[in-house]
Write a protein that binds this ligand. Sequence first.
Ligand code: PMP
Length: 467
Amino acid sequence: MAAISSVPGQLTAPADDFTAAEGILRRQAQRESAARTYARALPVVPVRARGMTVEGADGRRYLDCLSGAGTLALGHNHPVVLEAIRSVLDSGAPLHVLDLATPVKDDFTTALFETLPRELAEHGRIQFCGPAGTDAVEAAIKLARIATGRDGLLAFSGAYHGMTSAALAATGDTAVREAVRGPDTQVTRLPYPYDYRCPFGVGGDRGAALAARWTAHLLDDPKGGVQAPAAMLLEAVQGEGGVVPAPDGWLRRMRQITAERGIPLIVDEVQTGVGRTGTFWAVERSGIVPDVMVMSKAIGGSLPLAVIVYREEMDGWLPGAHAGTFRGNQLAMAAGTATLRFVRHNALHARADSLGTRMLRSLHGLAARHPCIGDVRGRGLMIGVEIVDTGGETDDHGALPAAPHLAAAVQREALRRGLIVELGGRHGSVIRLLPPLTITDEQAEAVLDRLAGAIEAARAAAPGAAA
Ligand code: PMP
């Protein structure tokens, strides 16, 4: 076994462990699909993890700011999560129960409803979906189609909702959609307010107001080409789209526009939920209440779980309208219950809010020293740093072109320094920070230090580097 250094990223493992790790990576490259993703940019073979720290088979330690793509609200292997899983295992309860009622599920449902906006908590129905977020998105769209008798879907530029066909159709990335030959016919694509790269060239409240105006105008234009919509589907903070928070006023306008036209509003809280953005659910900040909320990732406490909660008036679908063998994951429900309660009782959403604000402030300071940081933004502990090409031409709103190669170099340099970060955004040039909500002040400092070092190193090595 490797001797573990207390300095993250430092190599202290015996040669055998490096060889073993290299062998595993080599076999992965030979045997696994070309469609693998994180594994390409992050050649790590995790063997142990606790909280924010992941230890590779080669003895390296990393601070994990990816957190299972925003899944691990409490970090890896939190004691309350492990305890919850153990208690189900030790109880002799069946692990597979389809969608039958169990005490574990009953408790999970109670814990989840305790966190929801009042209208949904009091008048909501829950559907347990297949285990992935995309399956819950699929269920939400299907439910809305059945409830309205309409087929169209309103979705936004930059959106990410998953990989199954209806969820994929709502995803904004045309390259991904074309690569997997996803259907696209019934989706009307609307502009998402993106301050830094404002589609209207003005940004701020004005840009958001124009985006809302475009939406209302298009919906009311009888010749606008919009297929009668079953729903509007949106993220309150776009995650994969590059950490783009929607202004509260714009969200309220979307709620108003959809309500006035009898269009159900589906909010995808798969990534934003469970405290991540500084409120328990991202919708709380603006005060809007969606007709359908889609939830996954953190609600399963690191195990697969996905649900939708929707207004009871919409509950007109027939038995079996959305089935699935794996809707009853008891371990995930127990882990999820423990996570929901721990976040709530320890007000980790408030912690995410205050620490996130401080991290954003530090990152703004970093941006002032590094012109290759075009924008810093986020909500709570969902943070994005957009890397740009300082040699390029600014657009009419002052944004520089994206610099995906430089961003990828920053990610590599971060990894060398023992920091795991994700890349996202429209051009893959946004460094995304999604630390667990349990991150300490010291860990946050270490994340910022390592990121600063990585940006300096990547910038210095970039061709024609000046800044
Ligand atoms: N919606 C959002 C907002 C997401 O971020 C994701 C995953 N990143 C999904 C849906 C899809 O979830 P899954 O990968 O579990 O299918």
